[in-house]
Design a protein around this ligand. Structure first.
Ligand code: ZN
Length: 182
């Protein structure tokens, strides 16, 4: 069997090409997301979940008139609520805000299709329980797993891919730099 992207020989039953890291069930969807990138997305999600309400709190601070009047807390709660709704919308597409910012997506390991809300929820619950036990062994598993799956990926039947960006919009044919007009 050959990799659809680099055309080199691939090992059967693997989810990623061992040469170019293309996601073999659907190479056009993307390639293996590196452990560092996945870790960075998790960090971003953690930071954003604190930063969003904290920013709202600080923005509302000047509007406090009496000690009993507490707009900052209300604003922080409202911001948290909005962030939670946004997170649900992201999860419906196999994303979190951090993953979206870094071009990652959680996809079904068989089809390469983005997973929906419920599978993201299952994955998230397992990530924060099972995978975090034993000093986070379940997370670290993705480092040496041949398909780069953490325990929560194994249970949810998912992999994390770095998406292929669509080709940038190019000017009309013949007008691209370095292209002959004739
Ligand atoms: Zn390849």
């Amino acid at each position: 069997m050959e990799c659809p992207r680099c055309a080199k020989e691939i090992v059967p039953d693997r989810l990623f090409c061992m040469w170019c890291e293309a996601f073999l069930p659907k190479a056009e969807a993307g390639a293996k997301a590196s452990i560092l990138r996945r870790f960075a997305a998790d960090m971003l999600d953690s930071i954003l979940s604190v930063l969003v309400p904290a920013t709202a709190y600080l923005l509302a601070a000047p509007y406090r008139r009496t000690p009993f009047d507490d707009p900052p807390a209300s604003w922080a709660w409202l911001a948290t609520l909005i962030y939670a709704v946004a997170l649900l919308l992201f999860m419906r597409r196999g994303l979190t805000p951090g993953k979206w910012l870094l071009g990652e997506r959680v996809v079904n390991k068989m089809t390469g299709e983005p997973v929906g809300f419920w599978r993201m929820l299952l994955r998230s619950v397992m990530k924060n329980t099972l995978s975090s036990f034993f000093l986070g062994l379940g997370y670290l598993w993705a480092i040496w797993d041949r398909d780069a799956q953490a325990w929560h990926d194994k249970i949810a039947g998912t992999v994390v891919i770095k998406e292929e960006r669509p080709a940038p919009l190019t000017p009309a044919r013949g007008l691209r730099p370095g292209t002959s007009v004739s």
